[in-house]
Design a protein around this ligand. Structure first.
Ligand code: ADP
Ligand code: MG
Length: 264
């Protein structure tokens, strides 16, 4: 069977005054529909660049991305993007933010209302529906951002460190809500994080990336059943394995830096 998302030999070079940065090199990745994939790696290893190539926000300099066998050249309704910073419209209420895309599409008002009510309930936002983003906590704003993407019901959710700015408790509750939504909706989720623990808590599959140029260091399937207990031996065993891989990368990068070449 054809994978839903196909990343074929993708490389990305950023041209700059200080020289070129090879952000991605020869990335090959096939993601079947419904999988929850985490892209894991230290800051600067090309996670966002890869996600943006899949989202169609910034295209690869070599290779291509296909979704359902269709070449990606721009963003589209099949791929919803949630960013780390809360990209909400400050002049719109929670309800208006969530329904924005549906109103643009001129969906049936009764249907919009129904979708809104369901999303407010799922993301525990019902009592905040008439508030403006500035009057919400970070966690609430990120709930709105997720609801706004879910309103359009994209089969693929692209999430770039969406919980990175949240405190630990809020982060855990949003992770649990996301898992619930994923289990019920059967969406494909491609989730960027630099947190090993977050990736093991969430993903079916963890793609560990190397540092400059970004390549795939290891592709790991996680079979621990949900809900996962971060204090369990199996969780910690996996964390130790992944930690070793990430440390290896960090050491390699430090050596490259000391010898005067960044490998760019
Ligand atoms: P990550 O998301 O893993 O932190 P990024 O994908 O943002 O990493 O960046 C990968 C590399 O590409 C970094 O070295 C970064 O400095 C560089 N880079 C990212 N975006 C640009 C850009 N628009 N112009 C130049 N260099 C960029
Ligand atoms: Mg990033």
């Amino acid at each position: 069977m054809q994978a839903q998302v196909q990343v074929n030999n993708v490389s990305k070079v950023f041209k700059g005054s200080g020289g070129d940065v090879v952000a991605l090199k020869n990335i090959n990745l096939e993601i079947p529909a419904g999988q929850f994939v985490c892209l894991l790696g230290p800051s600067g290893c090309g996670k966002s660049t890869l996600l943006n190539a899949i989202g169609g926000f910034s295209l690869a300099t070599e290779g291509d991305v296909k979704v359902d066998n269709k070449l990606i050249t721009e963003p589209g309704p099949d791929r919803g993007m949630v960013f780390q910073e809360y990209a909400l419209f400050p002049w719109m209420t929670v309800a208006e933010n969530i329904t924005f895309g549906l109103r643009i599409k001129k969906s049936d008002p009764a249907q919009i209302q129904k979708t809104l009510d369901a999303l407010l309930k799922t993301l525990k936002l019902t009592e905040f529906r008439d508030r403006f983003p500035k009057d919400l906590s970070g966690g609430m704003r990120q709930r709105v951002a997720i609801a706004r993407v879910l309103a359009l019901d994209p089969p693929i959710m692209l999430m770039d460190e969406p919980f990175g700015a949240l405190d630990a408790l809020t982060r855990r509750s949003l992770q649990d809500e996301l898992l619930k939504i994923w289990e019920e909706s059967k969406k494909t989720v491609i989730f960027v994080t630099h947190s090993m623990e977050e990736s093991i808590y969430l993903a079916d599959r963890i793609v560990v990336m190397t540092y400059r140029p970004g390549t795939i260091k290891k592709d790991i399937m996680v079979t621990i059943p949900h809900p996962r207990d971060p204090s369990s031996p199996e969780f910690n065993k996996l964390k130790a394995d992944i930690s070793r891989l990430v440390m290896e990368e960090q050491e390699r990068f430090q050596k490259v830096q000391i010898s005067g070449s960044t490998g760019d």
